[in-house]
Design a protein around this ligand. Structure first.
Ligand code: SF4
Ligand code: SF4
Length: 405
């Protein structure tokens, strides 16, 4: 059936630029590429859904094809929609575990000591590899012993002491694995006179979409849209997030593949560095302490799709003493949960090989990126520490002589 909301496949000019930019098509002959799996095959699938083929599963939804397309064809959305509409999916326990980040995060933080030890144990990894199809080579990110939400409830500063307020969508990674990054966001915004409110948010839905749980992702979207709109009304300010993937989901996946009306929040969401760039230009004095490091900056694919790379680069250039090197645009390969799947893991590692080479050539003190899963992949590929841009800002804002590395 043709959905009138998405007939962008008909705008395809057959230029094949998308295929040139697809990192998966370059890494494996098993995937014919975005043009063939997207607009070309969609015409056949509309006529006969039986013509769907298994190669759809190789698309990582990195969106690089859409960024490159001169005709605004929603190629990745067409492939994702086809994957979960026509493809006969076998539900795996592995996909359930990877998709439900709030559930895993709740138990992961409640039992952090046990879970982190088990996740690093060779025998557990061997069993997960054999029976759950999560590759034993891929390290798991560690869970925190407490959540960001709990810290914010007990210790979060009163937002009303600041002249302005913003709603902060922190995302699952900050809540369950890196509350320190959330505290960095709160501190940097406070230095600029912006108080923070949070909501009872749910996962943005990206891992649910990636693993075929679209109905649950729609529920999360409706919950988040309602809660964020209400909080933004109370704050009288924007909604910010420091996760490029969460930002992309709130702005584009909700009205796109999930078909949810996000107009109540769409114009109020800003990726954090877009919000910070003009404010830091007005208040360079808040960046008190030099951060004398050479850093390699990797721009995540979803941030590039939103046109947000320029803001992060501008913010990095404002940090005194920092020597930021912008890497040539490459996909890191992990694409959220994609690189945690045994059958896709070798492709993810092949895709990331070029990025690894470019990072090591820079010989940086550390790597910077806006996306948590890119950070996991880069740490795994290179052995280097990876931090978020706002963490560098926080080091400079807080002052102090201690070395940040
Ligand atoms: S880049 Fe866009 S217009 Fe060109 S082949 Fe791909 S989908 Fe078609
Ligand atoms: S989303 Fe990424 S992997 Fe999928 S077709 Fe586009 S460029 Fe290729």
């Amino acid at each position: 059936m043709i959905e009138l909301e998405n007939i962008s496949f008909d705008h395809c000019l057959k230029c094949t630029v998308c295929t040139v930019y697809c990192p998966v098509a370059k890494a494996t002959p098993l995937f014919p590429g975005p043009k063939q799996s997207g607009p070309d095959a969609e015409r056949l699938r509309i006529k006969n859904p039986e013509l769907v083929d298994d190669s759809l599963k190789y698309c990582s939804n990195c969106k690089r094809c859409e960024t490159a397309c001169p005709s605004d064809v929603r190629i990745a959305d067409i492939i994702q929609a086809a994957k979960w509409t026509y493809w006969r999916r076998r539900t795996r326990p592995r996909d359930f575990l990877l998709a439900h980040t709030d559930l895993m995060g709740f138990w992961g933080t409640a039992l952090a000591g046990l879970v982190n030890r088990a996740a690093g144990a060779g025998v557990v990894r061997y069993l997960l590899d054999i029976f759950v199809k999560i590759p034993k080579e891929r390290p798991f990110p560690k869970y925190s012993t407490s959540t960001f939400k709990r810290w914010f409830r007990d210790h979060g500063p009163d937002p009303s002491v600041h002249p302005d307020q913003a709603v902060y969508f922190h995302g699952c990674y900050v809540n369950y694995q890196n509350p320190g990054l959330g505290r960095d966001v709160v501190d940097v915004l406070a230095a600029l006179g912006v108080g923070v409110r949070i909501t009872n948010e749910k996962c943005c839905g990206v891992p649910l979409i990636a693993n075929g749980y679209l109905d649950r992702a729609r529920k999360h979207a409706r919950h988040n849209i309602e809660g964020l709109a209400r909080a933004a009304d109370q704050a009288g300010g924007p909604i910010v997030t420091a996760s490029s993937t969460c930002a992309y989901a709130l702005m584009y996946e909700y009205p796109g593949i999930l078909r949810q009306d996000n107009r109540a929040i769409a114009d109020r969401i800003q990726y954090l560095t877009r919000f910070l760039a003009p404010r830091l230009a007005d208040r360079p004095d808040v960046l008190k302490t030099p951060v004398p490091l050479k850093v390699a900056y990797h721009a995540p694919c979803h941030l590039a799709r939103m046109g947000g790379v320029v803001d992060t680069v501008e913010v990095l250039r404002r940090i005194p003493g920092l020597d930021p090197r912008l890497l040539h645009s490459e996909c890191c390969g992990i694409s959220g949960t994609y690189g945690f799947k045994k059958e896709l893991y070798p492709i993810a590692q092949d895709v990331g090989a070029d990025l690894k080479e470019k990072i090591l050539a820079v010989k940086p003190d550390l790597v910077v990126t806006d996306c948590e899963t890119c950070a996991w992949q880069i740490e795994f590929l290179t052995g280097l520490r990876v931090v978020h841009p706002v963490t560098l800002l926080a080091w400079s804002v807080r002052g102090g002589a201690s070395s940040p590395v």
